[in-house]
Design a protein around this ligand. Structure first.
Ligand SMILES: [Zn+2]
Length: 316
């Protein structure tokens, strides 16, 4: 096997992890750390098992009740989008959300800037596609790698997506090819070098999200990956990971028999989940000036120089 981020075969076994959140399988998966770029890769990659590992209860598919925490998060997202869109030139803007499900983030994007006239979702969930269409978004049912279009976009959202794929470099390169000149890619992905990973390494840390997160990065491995895709990281910041904390803590309680959870009632539906996620989000925000959060965000733009596709697999 080789590192899913850079292709190096210089790997060390980091830990073993299970699905402690949705209980889709009782199997244990290995995570290998790449000595070349510091990314973690899952082994084996459950590429033929998407239906099994993404249950119908999966959070991005389910359109449930909006809690107070969700509303706060939406307000923050909307502000973030408004700021980003303000920096883009043009009278009309086109925005693509990869893995955008029902298109709820694109609704926020639209409301953040009236110049956004065209919105597109690429996702492989047919039910979410129906909802996205009803909301007025263009849709493509399938993977981003297979999305063939002449359309170009001012903003491409890759939010908590690249950790779910087998070849994150190819996804970045594809997103770059879909950019209009001057366009921006907004990427968000976990940073596994963080306090909660250190604490919960042997207890299936929430950020491993096994077996759905196939590749986990750090700032260093993200920068290298972005560079190889012909992009450059224009802005970078760590952000809170209340969700990962809440999963980690509740999975630990579950193991001790203190809370109930099952395939039918995944851990993130537990009544304590929301309050714990909010509490730890606040904890993370308070320490972000001094520490690395378990999520990172970056704005990517096309690099001045041409992409270097051959280098990715040769660095090993
Ligand atoms: Zn690597």
């Amino acid at each position: 096997m080789s590192c899913l981020a850079c292709g190096s075969q210089n790997l060390q076994l980091w830990t073993h992890s299970r699905d402690t959140e949705y209980f889709t399988t009782s199997e244990s998966f290995a995570l290998y750390r790449c000595r070349a770029c510091d990314a973690l890769s899952i082994d084996p990659v459950p590429r033929e098992r998407l239906r099994e590992i993404y249950p119908p209860t999966y959070y991005s598919f389910a359109s449930g009740v909006r809690s107070f925490a969700t509303r706060v998060k939406e307000a923050l997202d909307r502000r973030r989008f408004a700021k980003l869109l303000r920096g883009l030139p043009g009278r009309e803007l086109a925005v693509l959300d990869v893995g955008g499900g029902s298109g709820y983030l694109l609704d926020l994007v639209k409301s953040a800037d009236p110049r956004v006239t065209r919105t597109q979702v690429v996702d492989f969930d047919p039910e979410a596609q129906q909802v996205a269409r009803a909301r007025g978004h263009g849709t493509f049912l399938g993977r981003i790698e297979d999305y063939a279009t002449k359309q170009r976009f001012d903003l491409v959202l890759l939010l908590n997506l690249i950790e779910h794929v087998e070849d994150p470099g190819a996804v970045l390169a594809k997103a770059r090819a879909l950019l209009r000149p001057g366009g921006v890619i907004l990427v968000q992905t976990p940073n596994w070098r963080c306090l909660d990973e250190w604490l919960f390494r042997r207890k299936s840390w929430g950020g491993y999200h096994t077996p759905r997160h196939w590749v986990l990065l750090t700032r260093r491995s993200l920068t290298a990956l972005v560079d190889r895709a012909g992009l450059s990281l224009r802005r970078f910041q760590y952000t809170q990971g209340g969700w990962f904390w809440a999963v980690s803590v509740l999975a630990w309680f579950h193991e001790k028999g203190l809370v109930k959870a099952s395939f039918e009632r995944p851990l993130n539906r537990h009544p304590l989940f929301g309050p714990l996620a909010a509490l730890f989000a606040a904890f993370d925000f308070a320490r972000l000036p001094f520490a690395k959060g378990s999520q990172m965000c970056g704005e990517l733009v096309a690099a001045e120089t041409a992409p270097r596709p051959g280098i990715a697999r040769r660095e090993a």
